[in-house]
Design a protein around this ligand. Structure first.
Ligand code: UT7
Length: 331
């Protein structure tokens, strides 16, 4: 069935915790240095949510802001998709908690987990419901409380992550705007490279798993790095080709914010100027599924993006997963 309607983002919002943890702060707790972290990752500081704040709390604030931007009321939202790898609970979904928090009483709600690619997976899922005419207004949120799943004694991972939430409202837009291409991929063969080993049905959490710190994030950084450099470029190029465009038509790239060296490699291969690539990982670190929607909201709020711009969003992460989409900005 062909698309009946064109889907695009009609509002954005985000929430970032106030508490800043700098590289210097990390020097106090692990064997690392500001110089190492900045040169190897580009990260200078990250935000960490306080103990009482869960993923749904950040997601709900971001969602309310996005709904307001879209000039809608929560009751007009028909579906809530929360992309997260760090949900409040296994049951219920974080999306159901957000639905209650924001009063979106007419919305269906579910979570998806595609790790750092989750927001684009959610966006492309929402695109299908809009295109088919099933729903008109869908909240797509990327939200993460990575600090709660981070081993603060593991210098390989704890320097990388931050907490936050970004939300978008996806709705009908005029036919020349909106999502022009979508590309999703996965390689389960790499599932051991980035994982939280314990706490699921394979290895339920118990005293031993906690002692071994298996309920925290494990990552083989250098293997993920090689995959990321390759996939970031190829997935971006794929989004451009699928839209029937060329690299020259790209106005803006919003990449997943994992490592400045990965972003730079992709930028150079795509022959984009530095000011065409949005970077905020120096301030927020890697916020997994939240990183792209937070970057998008910042770019919109600072008027860097204008109506008619061709924007590529591209992400990669645990799974392994990757995803890209090209969108002609609708407002
Ligand atoms: O969003 C999900 C996807 N995740 C990513 O995209 C992350 C991808 N990976 C990366 O960004 C990089 O691999 C890291 C930033 C995680 C690591 O950078 P790297 O250049 O690949 O370093 P490495 O892991 O090869 O480690 C180099 C050295 C090692 O020491 P030796 O064995 O050479 O003596 C590490 O032990 O750096 C050491 N090291 C550190 N030194 C100071 C590792 N972490 C640190 C640290 N501070 N925090």
């Amino acid at each position: 069935m062909g698309a009946l309607f064109k889907a695009g983002i009609i509002g954005t919002g985000s929430y970032i915790p106030d508490n800043i943890v700098t590289n210097k702060d990390l020097e106090e707790i692990i064997d690392t240095s500001d110089e190492w972290i900045v040169s190897r990752t580009g990260i200078r500081e990250r935000r960490i949510a306080d103990a009482t704040m869960a993923t749904s709390d950040m997601a709900s604030i971001a969602a309310k802001r996005a709904i307001k931007k879209a000039n809608l009321s929560p009751k007009e939202i028909e579906l809530i998709i929360v992309a997260t790898a760090t949900p409040d609970n296994n049951i219920p979904s974080t999306a159901c908690i957000v639905q209650e928090n924001i009063g979106a009483v007419n919305a269906a709600a579910f979570d998806i987990n595609a790790a750092c690619s989750g927001f684009i997976y959610g966006l492309i899922t929402a695109d299908q419901f809009i295109a088919s005419g099933i729903y008109r207004n869908i909240l797509v949120i990327g939200a993460e409380s990575l600090s709660k799943f981070t081993d603060w004694t593991d210098r390989n991972t704890c320097i990388l992550f931050g907490d936050g939430a970004g939300a978008t409202v996806v709705g009908r837009v005029d036919k020349e705007y909106g999502i022009l291409s979508r590309y999703l991929g996965a390689d389960g063969g790499g599932s051991d490279l980035l994982k939280i080993e314990a706490g699921g049905s394979r290895m339920p959490a118990d005293l031993k798993t906690v002692e071994k710190r298996l309920h925290y994030i494990y990552m083989d950084g250098s293997e993920v790095f090689k995959f990321a450099v390759r996939i970031m470029t190829s997935a971006s190029e794929r989004a451009v080709t699928l839209a029937g465009l060329t690299n020259k038509d790209i106005d803006f790239l919003i990449p997943h914010q994992a490592n400045i060296r990965i972003i730079e490699a992709a930028r150079k291969r795509l022959k984009l100027d530095e000011d065409k690539v949005y970077v905020n990982l120096d301030r927020f670190g890697n916020m997994s599924a939240a990183s792209i929607p937070v970057a998008l909201d910042e770019a919109v709020e600072s008027n860097i993006i204008s109506k008619g711009d061709n924007i590529i969003m591209v992400g990669f992460g645990g799974g392994l997963t990757w995803a890209s989409a090209l969108m002609k900005w609708a407002y």
